[in-house]
Design a protein around this ligand. Structure first.
Ligand code: ADP
Ligand code: MG
Length: 591
């Protein structure tokens, strides 16, 4: 074949295939999940492109996935009518590793080897196309892209360091669009080609694929056929009866045939009634959709009506992927009338600081060909965003109120930083963020408290919420500023995270109580005795002058203070200056 060309795999690919085969041998059946998810991605891409380019669908084939099995020969064929691949795309996609799923796999594999973790965990990651070699000796991919007028065939064998690509020339094998992937199963894996086995795996792995998946199944129906009564039987009976009119008898037989059978449920989970969806189903959906391996901490499924209608399911992850605010997290998947539009947003649907929330949003009110620019300017999107944010906060509040205390501790550990950032960036949601914040305090050992707990614990004569910022709990506890407050049994928040103080300063108050920095001058604990202070100030005026002279420019002022009880002196910040902690923060430029 003159069109046939041989290619070497990129070196990493060979290594990856080796790794896959060795680490997933006990979890082989995931190959089907991977290949179906690729077919589904290819259909998604086509459907999305066809919104602006309807002629892509001109060949009028349905958007679906079909899986045919030949159990006698151990062959499985997975067919989709999606976007297909050009010759160059075949080389780029099936000869290199440039895509996300496999990179993630390598990372997980490395981590699990370090941690000595269970290798079946890895089976939950997307490992991609190469997993087909877990069960196959040979894989043939025949594919036709609407961008090309030719159909190409990729062929590779297990353990080989190269593959071939040729043009499809057999007219019987030409397809209008999409990809046919044929697996020639290894001797010991031929069992996967049993139609019932495939059916079971499809049901198991693909309940959230939004395109119909058909499997090739043997069917039967019974029909009645007429049979002549056995003449020998008749002879045995008496004469009279044999003379009677010969009776016709019927018999039931089963007629067998093969046909396509719809094997998955295609109604998206978010369109179902929340009452009918179980927690397990939400968790499965979350893990499959967002490539996660831990159940989410919380989920929220809702429909909004009125001005703007949309449906959504939001999730709070159990772990954090990024340390910093990363806007490229593909956290929200937007659908318009069930068509997947995009998961590449930059604050349009959620503010940056909530980028850890994951979810799907399906709207009937946006145009199908919605673009970035439309999203940014749309009034509908602004309303959606407002509602989504509100729901996200309700969901987080739900975790904080749950019986299971560990859940919120986990949440706070992972995402507390993000909420503090919210205090700075989102004034309009201060009321929702503040009750979710947690701080150390002078009255809790190592436990964090909420502002509500603080307020409840306030003394009757106490007006303000007191705090001190420090670089550690120990230095906060030892601060001389604390003395008089502790004497009065006033609780003081210990702001030891660099972002705590900025967050508090942005909030300014909580439940009409101001936040007051106890290290600033002018601390008023509501017990001033002005007469006495005046007296003492006069008495020690000369001493203060003398100290100021000695210290010179190192201090702005030297004053008599009423805030100490056992320490002789303390350095405080000016009312309008930065606190010592803020200065540290600015110097280190953590923000
Ligand atoms: P991933 O799906 O994470 O990108 P895979 O290894 O599963 O990684 O697939 C690699 C690439 O091969 C895909 O990104 C896609 O471009 C291409 N591909 C695989 N299967 C198909 C298919 N059925 N139709 C079109 N393209 C496909
Ligand atoms: Mg894939």
């Amino acid at each position: 074949d003159p069109t046939c060309e041989e290619f070497e795999y990129q070196a990493e690919v060979s290594r990856l295939m080796d790794l896959i085969v060795h680490s997933l041998y006990s979890n082989k059946e995931i190959f089907l999940r991977e290949l179906i998810s690729n077919a589904s991605d290819a259909l998604d891409k086509l459907r999305y492109l066809s919104v602006t380019e309807p002629k892509l669908l001109k060949d009028a084939v349905d958007l679906d996935i079909r899986i045919q099995t030949d159990k006698d020969n151990g062959i499985i064929t997975i067919m989709d009518t999606g976007i297909g691949m050009t010759r160059q795309e075949l080389v780029d996609s099936l000869g290199t590793i440039a895509h996300s799923g496999t990179a993630k796999f390598l990372k997980a594999l490395k981590e699990s080897q370090e941690a000595g973790a269970d290798s079946t965990l890895i089976g939950q990651f997307g490992v991609g196309f190469y997993s087909s070699f877990l069960v196959s000796d040979k894989v043939v991919v025949s594919t036709k892209s609407p961008k090309s007028d030719k159909q190409y065939v990729w062929e590779g064998e297990a353990g080989a360091s190269s593959y071939t690509i040729r043009e499809e020339t057999d007219p019987e094998k030409l397809i209008p669009r999409g990809t046919h992937l044929t697996l020639y199963l290894k001797h010991d894996d031929k069992g996967f080609a049993h139609p019932e086995r495939i059916q079971k795996l499809v049901k198991n792995y693909s309940q959230f694929v939004s395109f119909p998946i058909y499997t090739w199944q043997e069917k039967g129906f019974t029909k009645e056929i007429e049979v002549d009564e056995d003449p020998t039987e008749a002879n045995k009976v008496g004469e009279e009866e044999s003379k009677a009119e010969k009776k016709k008898k019927t018999k039931k037989v089963v007629e067998r045939y093969w046909d396509w059978e719809l094997t998955n449920e295609t109604k998206p989970i978010w369109l179902r009634n929340p009452k009918d969806v179980t927690t397990e189903e939400y968790n499965e959906f979350y893990k499959k959709t967002f490539d996660e391996y831990l159940d989410p901490l919380a989920s929220s499924h809702f429909t909004t009506e009125g001005e703007v209608e949309f449906r959504s399911i939001l999730f709070v992850p159990a772990t954090r992927k990024d340390d910093i605010v990363n806007t490229k997290t593909k956290n929200i998947r937007l659908y318009v009338k069930r068509v997947f539009i995009s998961d590449d947003f930059d604050g349009e649907l959620f503010p940056r600081y909530l980028c850890f929330i994951r979810g799907v949003v399906d709207s009937n009110d946006l145009p199908l060909n919605v673009s970035r620019e439309i999203l940014q300017e749309s009034r509908i999107v602004r309303i959606m965003r407002k509602r989504l944010v509100r729901k996200a906060f309700d969901m987080i509040l739900g975790i904080s109120l749950s019986e299971n205390k560990e859940d919120y501790e986990k949440f706070w550990e992972n995402f507390g930083k993000f909420l503090k950032l919210g205090c700075i960036e989102d004034q309009s949601n201060h009321k929702r963020i503040a009750p979710l914040l947690r701080f150390f305090s002078s009255q809790s050992e190592d436990e964090l408290i909420s502002l509500d707990e603080y307020v409840e614990n306030m003394k009757t004569e106490q007006k303000d919420i007191y705090y001190i910022a420090a670089d550690s709990l120990t230095s906060a506890r030892n601060a001389p500023f604390l003395e008089r407050l502790l004497e009065k049994d006033f609780e003081v928040l210990f702001l030891v995270d660099p972002m705590d103080e900025v967050a508090i300063q942005n909030l300014k108050s909580y439940k009409e109580k101001n936040f007051v920095d106890i290290s600033k001058e002018d601390l008023d604990l509501g017990d001033k005795n002005e007469e006495k202070e005046k007296e003492i100030k006069q008495e020690f005026a000369q001493t203060c002058d003398w100290i100021k002279k000695r210290l010179g420019d190192k201090v702005a002022r030297v004053d008599i203070s009423s805030r100490l009880s056992s320490s002789p002196c303390v350095l405080v910040s000016g009312k309008f200056g930065w606190s010592a902690n803020m200065e540290r923060l600015m110097r280190s430029q953590t923000l």
